[in-house]
Design a protein around this ligand. Structure first.
Ligand code: PGA
Length: 250
């Protein structure tokens, strides 16, 4: 784990899952994290942000969005701004998720603008990077990660406003994970490239691993040097699974 100056974060990304009945999972997660040795966040779909944030208010559970537009307001049908997310009572926003990059054409430049938007609204940016399967097979992983950091992390990032999430695209939702050595190497590389980009604060900036994290593999992944927590998709939908991962982080 993590350098003691970096408090681990376990964040759940519900993606396009969850109706109002799923707020019961938020209630259960809130109840289950008392005394957790890490920060805990859930990012439900936009329709549930306000109610989830109200449910979590006053507890240690943070609620966040899965995306935002770079602008504060305007003629952007279907989008929500970082200011709207903050107004709903949220504390963080995931940006640059590979599903946004792949399905919505988000480039590193767009992700960089979204990071600025998240900070303009006073929230924490959880900025996702990661290589695709073909990039991995082509031996391009480290170069891809370096480029994503250079182009999508604004220079004014600090350890207080930025968390980086390393999510190999081929590991998301597949049940596959990189070897522990590969995760450790990627995280060390990310921290080194981050230091070139934002300076010494990189040492205090959390880097999460994401991609098929579940209760059974969480402890070994979270114990790796430079892994400061997890971004969890499928296993965050049920409180029992998610709380198993939270427990593994302490
Ligand atoms: P997964 O998703 O845990 O279902 O693999 C991770 C993510 O996309 O953040």
């Amino acid at each position: 784990m993590a350098n003691p100056s970096r408090r681990p974060l376990v964040a759940g990304n519900w993606k396009m899952n969850g109706l109002r009945a799923s707020l019961a999972e938020v209630v259960a997660i809130k109840a289950g994290i008392a005394g957790a040795g890490c920060d805990v966040a859930i990012c439900p779909p936009a329709t549930l942000l306000r109610e989830a944030a109200a449910e979590a208010a006053g507890s240690g559970l943070l609620i966040g969005a899965q995306d935002c537009h770079a602008a504060a307001s305007g003629a952007n049908t279907g989008d929500i701004s970082a200011e709207m997310v903050a107004d709903a009572g949220c504390r963080l926003i995931i940006i640059g998720h590979s599903e946004r990059r792949a399905d919505h054409g988000e480039t590193n430049e767009i992700v960089r603008q979204k990071a600025e938007a998240v900070w303009r609204a006073g929230l924490l940016a959880v900025l996702c990077i990661g290589e695709t399967e073909s990039q991995r097979r082509g031996g391009e992983t480290m170069a891809v990660l370096a480029r994503q950091i250079l182009e999508s992390v604004p220079e004014k990032a600090t350890s207080a406003n930025l968390v980086v999430a390393y999510e190999p695209v081929w590991a998301i939702g597949t049940g596959l994970t990189p070897s522990e050595d590969d995760i450790a190497a990627a995280h060390a590389h990310i921290r080194a490239r981050l230091a070139e980009r934002i300076g010494t604060v990189a040492a205090a900036t959390s880097i999460l691993y994401g991609g098929s994290v579940k209760p059974s593999n969480a402890a070994s992944i979270l114990s790796l040097a430079d892994v400061d927590g997890a971004l969890v998709g499928g296993a965050s939908l049920k409180a029992a699974d998610f709380l198993g991962i939270v427990a593994a982080s302490s």
